[in-house]
Design a protein around this ligand. Structure first.
Ligand SMILES: *Cc1c(COP(=O)(O)O)cnc(C)c1O
Length: 386
Protein backbone atom coordinates (compact mmCIF):
# COMPACT_ATOMS: atom_id res chain seq x y z
CA UNK A 1 0.00 0.00 0.00
CA UNK A 2 1.22 3.49 -0.81
CA UNK A 3 2.08 5.59 2.20
CA UNK A 4 1.21 8.76 0.30
CA UNK A 5 -2.30 10.23 0.67
CA UNK A 6 -4.18 9.32 -2.50
CA UNK A 7 -5.02 12.92 -3.48
CA UNK A 8 -3.96 12.06 -7.03
CA UNK A 9 -5.10 9.21 -9.22
CA UNK A 10 -1.68 8.02 -10.37
CA UNK A 11 -1.05 6.77 -13.90
CA UNK A 12 0.48 3.34 -14.47
CA UNK A 13 3.85 4.61 -15.74
CA UNK A 14 6.66 6.28 -13.85
CA UNK A 15 8.77 8.79 -15.74
CA UNK A 16 12.41 8.26 -14.82
CA UNK A 17 14.31 10.65 -17.11
CA UNK A 18 13.73 13.51 -19.51
CA UNK A 19 15.61 15.71 -21.96
CA UNK A 20 13.93 18.45 -23.95
CA UNK A 21 10.46 17.27 -25.05
CA UNK A 22 11.24 13.57 -24.58
CA UNK A 23 10.70 11.56 -21.40
CA UNK A 24 11.37 7.89 -20.65
CA UNK A 25 9.39 5.54 -18.39
CA UNK A 26 10.66 2.75 -16.12
CA UNK A 27 10.49 0.25 -19.01
CA UNK A 28 12.55 2.41 -21.36
CA UNK A 29 9.58 3.46 -23.50
CA UNK A 30 9.87 7.07 -24.70
CA UNK A 31 7.10 9.66 -24.98
CA UNK A 32 6.68 13.16 -26.33
CA UNK A 33 5.75 15.14 -23.25
CA UNK A 34 2.89 17.51 -24.12
CA UNK A 35 2.09 17.95 -20.40
CA UNK A 36 5.41 19.50 -19.30
CA UNK A 37 4.57 18.89 -15.64
CA UNK A 38 1.40 20.97 -16.27
CA UNK A 39 2.95 24.01 -17.96
CA UNK A 40 6.02 23.92 -15.71
CA UNK A 41 8.87 22.65 -17.92
CA UNK A 42 8.52 25.46 -20.45
CA UNK A 43 12.18 25.05 -21.49
CA UNK A 44 11.80 21.27 -21.73
CA UNK A 45 13.29 18.76 -19.31
CA UNK A 46 16.73 19.47 -17.77
CA UNK A 47 17.45 22.67 -19.71
CA UNK A 48 21.21 23.30 -19.57
CA UNK A 49 21.00 27.08 -18.93
CA UNK A 50 18.95 26.50 -15.79
CA UNK A 51 21.02 23.50 -14.74
CA UNK A 52 24.22 25.56 -14.95
CA UNK A 53 22.73 28.49 -13.01
CA UNK A 54 21.40 26.22 -10.24
CA UNK A 55 24.68 24.25 -10.06
CA UNK A 56 26.62 27.47 -9.65
CA UNK A 57 24.26 28.60 -6.90
CA UNK A 58 24.50 25.18 -5.19
CA UNK A 59 28.24 25.79 -4.82
CA UNK A 60 27.74 29.30 -3.40
CA UNK A 61 24.69 29.74 -1.12
CA UNK A 62 21.43 27.78 -0.95
CA UNK A 63 19.19 29.65 1.43
CA UNK A 64 19.10 32.80 3.52
CA UNK A 65 16.15 34.42 5.22
CA UNK A 66 14.32 37.33 3.64
CA UNK A 67 15.62 39.31 6.63
CA UNK A 68 18.73 39.76 4.42
CA UNK A 69 18.98 41.52 1.08
CA UNK A 70 19.04 38.97 -1.78
CA UNK A 71 20.53 40.40 -4.98
CA UNK A 72 19.27 37.56 -7.20
CA UNK A 73 15.73 38.29 -5.96
CA UNK A 74 16.08 41.92 -7.04
CA UNK A 75 17.37 40.77 -10.44
CA UNK A 76 14.50 38.30 -10.87
CA UNK A 77 12.04 41.03 -9.85
CA UNK A 78 13.48 43.33 -12.52
CA UNK A 79 12.95 40.63 -15.15
CA UNK A 80 9.29 40.29 -14.07
CA UNK A 81 8.55 44.01 -13.81
CA UNK A 82 10.10 44.79 -17.19
CA UNK A 83 8.22 41.91 -18.84
CA UNK A 84 4.88 42.87 -17.21
CA UNK A 85 5.03 46.65 -16.84
CA UNK A 86 4.17 46.26 -13.14
CA UNK A 87 6.34 47.76 -10.41
CA UNK A 88 6.95 45.37 -7.50
CA UNK A 89 7.12 41.63 -6.87
CA UNK A 90 6.47 39.35 -3.89
CA UNK A 91 8.10 35.92 -4.26
CA UNK A 92 6.63 32.68 -2.92
CA UNK A 93 6.66 28.97 -3.84
CA UNK A 94 3.47 28.17 -5.74
CA UNK A 95 0.53 29.49 -7.69
CA UNK A 96 -1.85 29.23 -4.76
CA UNK A 97 0.53 31.25 -2.58
CA UNK A 98 0.85 33.92 -5.28
CA UNK A 99 -2.95 34.16 -5.39
CA UNK A 100 -3.13 34.25 -1.58
CA UNK A 101 -0.80 37.24 -1.65
CA UNK A 102 -2.99 38.91 -4.30
CA UNK A 103 -6.16 38.29 -2.27
CA UNK A 104 -4.60 39.66 0.93
CA UNK A 105 -3.06 42.68 -0.79
CA UNK A 106 -6.29 43.65 -2.56
CA UNK A 107 -8.28 43.52 0.69
CA UNK A 108 -5.69 45.42 2.68
CA UNK A 109 -5.22 48.08 0.01
CA UNK A 110 -8.88 48.79 -0.67
CA UNK A 111 -10.28 48.10 2.81
CA UNK A 112 -13.17 46.30 1.08
CA UNK A 113 -14.41 42.77 1.71
CA UNK A 114 -15.59 41.02 -1.48
CA UNK A 115 -13.73 39.53 -4.43
CA UNK A 116 -15.49 38.49 -7.61
CA UNK A 117 -14.23 35.41 -9.45
CA UNK A 118 -15.72 33.23 -12.21
CA UNK A 119 -17.34 29.86 -12.68
CA UNK A 120 -15.03 27.12 -14.05
CA UNK A 121 -12.05 29.09 -12.72
CA UNK A 122 -9.12 27.53 -10.89
CA UNK A 123 -7.03 29.49 -8.41
CA UNK A 124 -5.51 26.84 -6.13
CA UNK A 125 -6.06 24.49 -3.18
CA UNK A 126 -5.34 26.59 -0.09
CA UNK A 127 -8.42 27.68 1.83
CA UNK A 128 -8.67 31.14 0.27
CA UNK A 129 -7.76 30.08 -3.27
CA UNK A 130 -10.07 27.05 -3.07
CA UNK A 131 -12.84 29.41 -1.98
CA UNK A 132 -11.92 31.69 -4.92
CA UNK A 133 -12.19 28.76 -7.35
CA UNK A 134 -15.60 28.64 -9.06
CA UNK A 135 -15.98 24.83 -9.18
CA UNK A 136 -18.16 22.88 -6.76
CA UNK A 137 -16.12 19.68 -7.09
CA UNK A 138 -13.10 21.54 -5.64
CA UNK A 139 -15.17 22.78 -2.64
CA UNK A 140 -16.84 19.50 -1.84
CA UNK A 141 -16.51 18.52 1.83
CA UNK A 142 -14.58 21.62 2.89
CA UNK A 143 -17.38 24.06 3.69
CA UNK A 144 -18.18 26.55 4.99
CA UNK A 145 -15.96 28.40 2.52
CA UNK A 146 -14.59 31.90 3.03
CA UNK A 147 -17.42 34.40 2.56
CA UNK A 148 -15.16 36.68 0.49
CA UNK A 149 -15.93 35.28 -2.96
CA UNK A 150 -18.85 35.53 -5.38
CA UNK A 151 -18.80 33.70 -8.69
CA UNK A 152 -19.98 35.18 -11.98
CA UNK A 153 -20.46 33.30 -15.26
CA UNK A 154 -17.37 33.61 -17.50
CA UNK A 155 -17.60 35.46 -20.81
CA UNK A 156 -21.02 36.84 -19.78
CA UNK A 157 -21.01 40.63 -20.16
CA UNK A 158 -24.67 40.89 -19.24
CA UNK A 159 -24.19 39.26 -15.81
CA UNK A 160 -21.17 41.49 -15.23
CA UNK A 161 -23.11 44.64 -16.13
CA UNK A 162 -25.57 43.91 -13.32
CA UNK A 163 -22.88 44.10 -10.61
CA UNK A 164 -23.31 47.36 -8.71
CA UNK A 165 -21.90 46.43 -5.28
CA UNK A 166 -19.23 48.96 -4.30
CA UNK A 167 -17.82 46.66 -1.59
CA UNK A 168 -15.72 44.80 -4.17
CA UNK A 169 -11.97 44.84 -3.48
CA UNK A 170 -11.04 43.06 -6.70
CA UNK A 171 -12.14 41.02 -9.67
CA UNK A 172 -9.82 38.04 -10.19
CA UNK A 173 -9.70 35.94 -13.33
CA UNK A 174 -7.69 33.89 -15.79
CA UNK A 175 -7.69 35.36 -19.31
CA UNK A 176 -7.67 31.78 -20.60
CA UNK A 177 -9.24 29.40 -18.08
CA UNK A 178 -6.84 26.45 -17.86
CA UNK A 179 -8.21 23.70 -15.62
CA UNK A 180 -11.76 24.77 -16.49
CA UNK A 181 -11.36 23.63 -20.13
CA UNK A 182 -8.91 25.96 -21.95
CA UNK A 183 -11.58 28.67 -22.29
CA UNK A 184 -10.24 31.91 -23.74
CA UNK A 185 -11.93 35.09 -22.54
CA UNK A 186 -13.36 37.13 -25.40
CA UNK A 187 -11.66 40.52 -25.89
CA UNK A 188 -14.89 42.43 -25.23
CA UNK A 189 -15.62 40.47 -22.02
CA UNK A 190 -12.09 41.07 -20.72
CA UNK A 191 -12.36 44.77 -21.54
CA UNK A 192 -15.70 44.87 -19.71
CA UNK A 193 -14.11 43.25 -16.63
CA UNK A 194 -11.44 45.94 -16.59
CA UNK A 195 -14.05 48.70 -17.04
CA UNK A 196 -16.11 47.22 -14.19
CA UNK A 197 -13.03 47.31 -11.93
CA UNK A 198 -12.59 51.02 -12.69
CA UNK A 199 -16.31 51.68 -12.13
CA UNK A 200 -16.30 49.97 -8.71
CA UNK A 201 -12.86 51.27 -7.74
CA UNK A 202 -11.76 47.63 -7.46
CA UNK A 203 -8.44 46.06 -8.41
CA UNK A 204 -8.03 43.85 -11.49
CA UNK A 205 -6.15 40.67 -10.54
CA UNK A 206 -5.07 38.42 -13.40
CA UNK A 207 -4.11 34.85 -12.51
CA UNK A 208 -1.33 33.94 -14.96
CA UNK A 209 -0.15 30.91 -12.99
CA UNK A 210 -0.70 28.65 -16.02
CA UNK A 211 -0.70 31.19 -18.89
CA UNK A 212 2.39 33.16 -17.77
CA UNK A 213 6.09 32.49 -18.39
CA UNK A 214 5.69 32.66 -22.17
CA UNK A 215 3.14 29.84 -22.41
CA UNK A 216 0.90 31.70 -24.87
CA UNK A 217 3.66 33.32 -26.95
CA UNK A 218 3.81 36.53 -24.90
CA UNK A 219 5.43 36.88 -21.46
CA UNK A 220 1.87 37.00 -20.01
CA UNK A 221 -1.41 36.16 -21.75
CA UNK A 222 -3.18 39.42 -20.79
CA UNK A 223 -0.72 41.14 -23.15
CA UNK A 224 -2.70 39.73 -26.09
CA UNK A 225 -5.63 41.91 -25.00
CA UNK A 226 -4.12 45.31 -24.06
CA UNK A 227 -5.37 45.00 -20.47
CA UNK A 228 -3.95 47.03 -17.63
CA UNK A 229 -4.08 44.81 -14.50
CA UNK A 230 -3.26 46.05 -11.01
CA UNK A 231 -1.97 42.65 -9.88
CA UNK A 232 -0.67 39.65 -11.85
CA UNK A 233 0.25 36.27 -10.37
CA UNK A 234 2.56 33.67 -11.93
CA UNK A 235 4.18 30.41 -10.88
CA UNK A 236 4.16 27.15 -12.87
CA UNK A 237 6.69 27.92 -15.62
CA UNK A 238 8.79 30.47 -13.73
CA UNK A 239 11.47 28.11 -12.38
CA UNK A 240 11.58 25.26 -14.95
CA UNK A 241 10.52 22.81 -12.21
CA UNK A 242 12.09 24.58 -9.25
CA UNK A 243 9.13 25.82 -7.15
CA UNK A 244 8.75 29.57 -7.70
CA UNK A 245 5.68 31.78 -7.37
CA UNK A 246 5.40 35.53 -7.84
CA UNK A 247 2.81 38.23 -7.29
CA UNK A 248 3.40 41.45 -9.20
CA UNK A 249 1.62 44.72 -8.44
CA UNK A 250 1.46 48.38 -9.34
CA UNK A 251 3.45 51.03 -7.52
CA UNK A 252 0.42 52.41 -5.66
CA UNK A 253 0.06 49.05 -3.86
CA UNK A 254 3.60 49.03 -2.44
CA UNK A 255 2.80 50.79 0.89
CA UNK A 256 0.04 48.24 1.62
CA UNK A 257 2.60 45.40 1.81
CA UNK A 258 4.84 47.13 4.36
CA UNK A 259 7.30 45.22 6.62
CA UNK A 260 5.56 42.54 8.68
CA UNK A 261 2.32 42.42 6.67
CA UNK A 262 3.12 39.28 4.66
CA UNK A 263 5.97 36.84 4.27
CA UNK A 264 7.44 33.49 3.28
CA UNK A 265 10.37 31.49 4.64
CA UNK A 266 11.41 29.97 1.32
CA UNK A 267 9.97 32.49 -1.15
CA UNK A 268 12.66 34.12 -3.27
CA UNK A 269 15.61 32.21 -1.80
CA UNK A 270 18.89 32.22 -3.76
CA UNK A 271 18.44 28.71 -5.24
CA UNK A 272 14.91 29.43 -6.46
CA UNK A 273 15.98 32.78 -7.84
CA UNK A 274 18.90 31.26 -9.75
CA UNK A 275 16.42 28.92 -11.47
CA UNK A 276 13.89 31.70 -12.08
CA UNK A 277 16.46 34.14 -13.44
CA UNK A 278 17.93 31.70 -15.93
CA UNK A 279 14.44 30.61 -17.01
CA UNK A 280 13.10 34.13 -17.49
CA UNK A 281 16.23 35.44 -19.21
CA UNK A 282 15.67 32.75 -21.82
CA UNK A 283 11.88 33.02 -22.17
CA UNK A 284 11.35 36.80 -21.97
CA UNK A 285 13.44 37.29 -25.10
CA UNK A 286 11.72 38.66 -28.17
CA UNK A 287 13.34 36.17 -30.54
CA UNK A 288 12.45 33.21 -28.32
CA UNK A 289 8.79 34.28 -28.04
CA UNK A 290 8.56 35.04 -31.77
CA UNK A 291 9.71 31.48 -32.42
CA UNK A 292 7.03 30.15 -30.02
CA UNK A 293 4.37 32.12 -31.93
CA UNK A 294 5.58 30.81 -35.31
CA UNK A 295 5.71 27.18 -34.15
CA UNK A 296 2.27 27.49 -32.57
CA UNK A 297 0.79 28.95 -35.75
CA UNK A 298 2.33 26.15 -37.81
CA UNK A 299 0.97 23.50 -35.44
CA UNK A 300 -2.51 25.01 -35.03
CA UNK A 301 -2.98 25.44 -38.81
CA UNK A 302 -1.82 21.93 -39.63
CA UNK A 303 -3.89 20.42 -36.81
CA UNK A 304 -7.03 22.32 -37.79
CA UNK A 305 -6.67 21.05 -41.35
CA UNK A 306 -5.97 17.43 -40.39
CA UNK A 307 -8.65 17.16 -37.70
CA UNK A 308 -11.35 18.54 -39.97
CA UNK A 309 -12.48 15.03 -40.97
CA UNK A 310 -12.83 13.92 -37.35
CA UNK A 311 -16.50 14.30 -36.49
CA UNK A 312 -15.93 13.85 -32.76
CA UNK A 313 -13.67 16.95 -32.63
CA UNK A 314 -15.74 20.05 -31.92
CA UNK A 315 -13.25 22.86 -31.56
CA UNK A 316 -9.55 23.71 -31.31
CA UNK A 317 -8.87 26.61 -28.97
CA UNK A 318 -6.19 28.37 -26.95
CA UNK A 319 -3.11 30.47 -27.65
CA UNK A 320 0.57 29.75 -28.16
CA UNK A 321 1.28 26.35 -26.62
CA UNK A 322 -1.76 26.24 -24.37
CA UNK A 323 -4.10 24.35 -26.65
CA UNK A 324 -7.43 22.62 -26.04
CA UNK A 325 -9.10 20.16 -28.40
CA UNK A 326 -12.74 19.81 -27.37
CA UNK A 327 -14.67 16.64 -28.17
CA UNK A 328 -18.31 15.70 -28.14
CA UNK A 329 -17.37 12.72 -25.95
CA UNK A 330 -15.45 12.36 -22.68
CA UNK A 331 -11.71 12.32 -23.36
CA UNK A 332 -10.42 9.92 -20.69
CA UNK A 333 -9.99 7.00 -23.10
CA UNK A 334 -8.51 9.14 -25.87
CA UNK A 335 -5.85 10.41 -23.45
CA UNK A 336 -4.99 6.82 -22.45
CA UNK A 337 -4.74 5.79 -26.12
CA UNK A 338 -2.53 8.80 -26.91
CA UNK A 339 -0.25 7.76 -24.04
CA UNK A 340 -0.01 4.19 -25.32
CA UNK A 341 0.92 5.67 -28.70
CA UNK A 342 3.72 7.76 -27.17
CA UNK A 343 2.11 11.17 -26.60
CA UNK A 344 1.46 12.53 -23.10
CA UNK A 345 -1.51 14.92 -22.87
CA UNK A 346 -3.93 15.85 -20.11
CA UNK A 347 -7.62 16.61 -19.76
CA UNK A 348 -9.08 20.05 -18.97
CA UNK A 349 -12.54 19.35 -17.60
CA UNK A 350 -14.14 16.18 -19.00
CA UNK A 351 -14.37 16.91 -22.75
CA UNK A 352 -11.12 18.71 -23.60
CA UNK A 353 -7.68 17.26 -24.39
CA UNK A 354 -5.11 19.83 -23.30
CA UNK A 355 -1.73 20.17 -25.02
CA UNK A 356 1.07 21.95 -23.14
CA UNK A 357 4.32 21.05 -24.94
CA UNK A 358 7.60 22.66 -23.84
CA UNK A 359 8.00 26.03 -25.58
CA UNK A 360 11.27 24.60 -26.95
CA UNK A 361 9.45 21.83 -28.88
CA UNK A 362 10.87 21.36 -32.40
CA UNK A 363 8.96 21.36 -35.71
CA UNK A 364 9.85 17.72 -36.10
CA UNK A 365 8.37 16.87 -32.67
CA UNK A 366 5.24 18.86 -33.51
CA UNK A 367 4.86 16.79 -36.70
CA UNK A 368 5.34 13.53 -34.78
CA UNK A 369 2.79 14.60 -32.14
CA UNK A 370 0.29 15.59 -34.82
CA UNK A 371 0.68 12.23 -36.51
CA UNK A 372 -0.07 10.43 -33.22
CA UNK A 373 -3.00 12.76 -32.49
CA UNK A 374 -4.65 12.33 -35.89
CA UNK A 375 -4.21 8.56 -36.13
CA UNK A 376 -5.34 8.01 -32.51
CA UNK A 377 -8.43 10.19 -32.85
CA UNK A 378 -9.36 8.59 -36.20
CA UNK A 379 -8.92 5.12 -34.76
CA UNK A 380 -10.93 6.02 -31.63
CA UNK A 381 -13.68 7.43 -33.80
CA UNK A 382 -13.90 4.34 -36.00
CA UNK A 383 -14.12 2.07 -32.94
CA UNK A 384 -16.78 4.28 -31.31
CA UNK A 385 -18.97 4.54 -34.40
CA UNK A 386 -18.95 0.95 -35.66
C1 LIG B 1 -2.14 25.52 -11.25
C2 LIG B 1 -2.86 26.77 -11.04
C3 LIG B 1 -2.95 27.37 -9.78
C4 LIG B 1 -2.39 26.71 -8.54
O1 LIG B 1 -1.01 26.63 -8.56
P1 LIG B 1 -0.24 25.68 -7.50
O2 LIG B 1 1.22 25.93 -7.80
O3 LIG B 1 -0.66 24.29 -7.75
O4 LIG B 1 -0.63 26.15 -6.15
C5 LIG B 1 -3.59 28.58 -9.68
N1 LIG B 1 -4.14 29.18 -10.75
C6 LIG B 1 -4.09 28.64 -11.99
C7 LIG B 1 -4.68 29.36 -13.14
C8 LIG B 1 -3.45 27.41 -12.17
O5 LIG B 1 -3.42 26.85 -13.39
Amino acid sequence: MSQVFPTYNRLDIELVSGKGTEVKDQNGKTYLDFISGIAVCNLGHSPSVVKEAVEKQLDTLWHVSNLFPITKQEEAATLLTSASGLDAVFFCNSGAEANEAAIKLSKKHTGKTKILTFKQSFHGRTFATMSATGQEKIHSGFGPLLPTFEYLPYNDEHALSKVKDKDVAAIMLEVIQGEGGVNPGTPSFLQAVEAKCRELDALLIIDEVQTGAGRTGRPFAYQHYSLNPDIVTAAKGLGSGFPVGAMMGKEALIPSFSPGTHGSTFGGNPLAMAAAKATMETIFDEGFLKDVQLKSEYFMNKMTLQLQECQIVKEIKGAGFMIGISFDTEVKDIITELRHNGLLTLPAGTHVVRLLPPLTVTYDELDQALHILVSTIKHHQSVEVY
